[in-house]
Ligand binder design. Structure first.
Ligand code: UDP
Length: 415
């Protein structure tokens, strides 16, 4: 495997006028002012995968927007061998509450890759924003530099595995600031120098979320073999046990007892830093092989952002049956498209739901099936939910708000 840090700068020139139309004049002016104040400051985002999963999704749009605002921003990746990513995936799961018997060999490999990455990262930036546990020890190995370091945690780490938490805590305490999506997610006993709470956001102008003609969505769906005239349920997510794709299949089977024509599409990207995905993909594909109304699509078969967009727009109800979830960008993506969502009542999902529709947050397969059936039988309620969802996302979960919050934080750590 390639060693060291590679570059991945956004190639897309974000269209600032497009965002301006979605914001109040006051919010837009604040964004411009903050960017102006940070002129000349060099910011570097560091994570461990260029594709697959929410962080890559976010950075691919967020970094170009910073650049369009005149902030000097880069995005760099750490590279590691498969064993490293097996360990960091276990860290991810352990921060979400899974158990991990952290041994000396795992600690050593984790630290070795981080040390190597810190060296490769060089010394060119004023502010480093390091995402999630994979590169978290970089700051430790970066040595005494003038730069400011922010650790951005995308995970609900409120009830972590004890050993992993003890191991990571001192590394995180070296940062000038740590960011969590919400106050309930903070790692217990973390003595951070500064803590900020910033929720992620979606980019309404990205191919993933841009408006598409209804007819085009229907044709794209039909082209994949799904019948666009029959009821359609959709979950878009990595094949991860915490996203519960097999629970989604069970809920769909319960719905099918009442509505035999219903179909289910599972779309899942395989992320470079997620070795668990393949195993779960196999199991989901076994289910699909037995059922002509159950479809499994991946990015490997050419299902990219545009196709995800078409399916999100063309389905009847979106499911996100997570058992744990840092945020779940897919929820905002669906609501922005005025789709009703039935989702796990966990982590960052509830805050994305408009209050009157929170009864669609579920804790079991049976509850999920009940809400799906309820919504499938009520087109009027689906429409109301969708419209309220879009307005809620417009106010709270669009990219300009995220950029503003992070620029405010960068300004504070530089003061
Ligand atoms: N995604 C995608 N194709 C897939 C699966 C996921 O484009 O097959 C995207 C999805 O639209 C979303 C992101 O990957 O933008 C997943 O982010 P989320 O926060 O929902 O979950 P994470 O993977 O970070 O846990």
């Amino acid at each position: 495997p390639k060693v060291g840090i590679g570059r991945r700068c956004g190639a897309i020139q974000a269209n600032l006028d497009g965002y301006r139309k979605l914001m109040s004049e006051e919010a837009y002016e604040e964004l411009r002012t903050l960017a102006k104040e940070l002129e000349g400051v060099k910011v570097c985002h560091v994570n461990s995968t260029a594709a697959g999963g929410g962080v890559a999704e976010l950075l691919a749009r967020y970094v170009p927007m910073l650049q369009a605002l005149g902030v000097q921003a880069d995005w760099r990746l750490i590279h590691g061998e498969p064993d490293f990513f097996a360990i960091t995936k276990a860290f991810h799961n352990a921060l979400q509450g899974g158990h991990y018997g952290l041994g000396k060999a795992a600690q050593d490999l984790y630290l070795t890759v981080n040390e190597r990455s810190a060296k490769a990262l060089g010394n060119d930036y004023d502010v480093y924003i390091v995402h999630d546990p994979q590169p978290a020890a970089i700051r430790h190995f970066a040595g005494p530099r003038d730069a400011k370091w922010i650790w951005r945690c995308h995970i609900d780490s409120s009830a972590p595995d004890k050993e992993v938490s003890q191991f990571l805590r001192p590394l995180l305490e070296e940062y000038e600031a740590v960011v969590f999506t919400m106050s309930q997610f903070v790692l217990p006993q973390l003595a951070a120098k500064r803590v900020a709470f910033i929720a992620p956001a979606i980019d309404p102008l990205a191919t993933k979320n841009m408006d598409l003609p209804e007819d085009l969505c229907r044709r794209a769906i039909a082209d994949s073999g799904v019948d666009p005239t029959r009821p359609l349920l959709l979950q878009v997510s990595r094949f991860d046990p915490w996203k519960d794709p097999l629970g989604v299949v069970r809920a769909y089977r319960l719905v099918k007892e009442a509505i035999p024509t219903v179909q289910l599409v599972l779309i899942g990207a395989m992320a470079g830093d997620d070795p668990e995905g393949w195993e779960i993909l196999d199991r989901v594909e076994e289910e699909a092989a037995k059922d002509p109304d159950l479809f499994v699509f991946t990015n490997l078969a050419g299902v990219g952002s545009m196709e995800v967009n078409a399916f999100q727009r063309g389905c009847d109800v979106v499911i996100q049956k997570s058992l744990r979830e840092g945020f779940g960008l897919v929820v905002s993506e669906a609501l922005w498209k005025e789709k009703p969502v039935v989702a796990g009542n966990t982590g960052g999902i509830p805050m994305q739901f408009p209050e009157p529709f929170q009864k669609n947050l579920v804790d079991s397969v049976e509850a999920c099936a009940e809400r799906l059936l309820h919504l499938l039988q009520r087109p009027g309620e689906r429409g109301e939910f969708g419209r309220a969802g879009r307005e809620h996302v417009r106010r709270h979960f669009l990219m300009p708000r995220l950029v503003r919050d992070e620029l405010r934080l960068i300004k504070q750590v530089l003061e």
